[in-house]
Design a protein around this ligand. Structure first.
Ligand code: AMP
Ligand code: MG
Length: 326
């Protein structure tokens, strides 16, 4: 992927003019706009059809930029040294500079320093802090390559900067530092154990999933999110596929690794996210495979769940939301 200086400059110029553009990050593609420009931030919500009560993550190039947006925290230095630039978002008390629109009226702001070289270049050239939620219609699967963005938002935005497929493929870990105990609000590529090892204190994990049958107070808590249109059923690894699948019309079975044997049934097609079941590869492939299968007219997708270890915790979180029906 050879992205020219002109392409980076073009994206930066559009952003400086108050426009929004899709940019690659190492996690998923983001729909970026100047975080301090209300017009740009409004466009992000509008294009994504995102409810205004769902706050945005602000992306920065360096720690100097953070000081303008958030109040420093005693744990920040250690975390930034270990994980930034990278797939960690921190929730910190905000400064008055950050518009309430960005934080959905909350006194805290979500900040991340991404590692993708193109995103970093655009941050540097534009000199802006960039609000950038995933570049997908609200509730649908996140985009892990430029074509995904073109497919669902291409008509609505002036530019997509193509940085190839995302190296991680799922959204960042969100760590809340605004309370006494650091708390993971969204599991991601960086695990609670890794955070705890660096901080030398316990890190709590809070499932943001609303309890069954209860109304949600914010879309970030939605039980259903990251969902394909085709119904999805999750199967625990090692459990046999249920008998009911033999009777169904055209279904897809998605395995973690290439299966040794497959049921020889005309109505079933088999797919796998990694040859060997490596969960890093599974994360890279997950949204691409689900998006592709979502266009193939299957009546249902069956997917083998990873174990809740390492990035498997985050994968299970996304899959449970993808399979839930509101
Ligand atoms: P994304 O759509 O992947 O950019 O993720 C944004 C998510 O970050 C939101 O849906 C919230 O769950 C979370 N978030 C952003 N800002 C805050 C905040 N100030 N406090 C708590 N969670 C936040
Ligand atoms: Mg999103």
């Amino acid at each position: 992927m050879n992205t020219s200086t002109q392409e980076i400059q073009h994206a930066a110029t559009l952003l400086q003019q108050g426009d929004i553009v899709a940019l690659p990050t190492e996690t998923v593609y983001g729909l970026a706009g100047n975080a301090l420009d209300l017009v740009a931030v409004n466009k992000i919500f509008e294009v994504k059809n995102r409810p205004l009560i769902d706050p945005l993550i602000v992306h920065i190039a360096d720690l100097e930029q953070l000081n303008e947006l958030a109040t420093p925290h005693p744990m920040l230095e250690k975390l930034a040294e270990a994980f930034w630039p990278g797939a960690l978002t921190l929730i910190l008390p905000k400064t008055t500079k950050v518009p309430d629109l960005v934080t959905a009226g909350q006194p805290t702001v979500a900040i991340r320093m991404p590692s993708h070289p193109l995103f970093r270049e655009v941050l540097k050239v534009s000199g802006l802090a960039l609000a950038a939620p995933s570049a997908n219609p609200f509730g649908y699967l996140s985009p892990s390559c430029a074509q995904h963005v073109q497919d669902s938002l291409g008509q609505k935005i002036p530019y997509v900067l193509d940085g190839g497929p995302c190296s991680i493929g799922i959204e960042s870990t969100i760590l809340d530092l605004s309370n006494k105990t650091p708390t993971v609000l969204r599991p991601g590529p960086i695990t609670a154990d890794e955070l705890s090892a660096v901080l030398g204190v316990p890190v709590a994990s809070k499932s943001k999933q609303a309890p069954e049958g209860e109304a949600c107070t914010a879309p970030g808590l939605l039980k259903q999110h990251y969902s394909p249109h085709t119904p999805l059923t999750l199967l625990e690894a090692g459990n046999p596929f249920p008998q009911e699948i033999l009777q169904q019309d055209r279904i897809a079975c998605i395995h973690l690794r290439r299966p040794h044997t497959c049921l020889p049934q005309d109505n079933i097609q088999h797919f796998w996210m990694s040859e060997s079941g490596d969960l890093t590869e599974v994360a890279q492939q997950l949204f691409s495979l689900l998006r592709m299968l979502d266009t193939q007219g299957y009546t249902r997708l069956y997917l083998e769940m990873p174990q809740a270890q390492g990035i498997g915790v985050a994968l299970r979180d996304r899959l449970q939301r993808a399979a839930a029906r509101a």
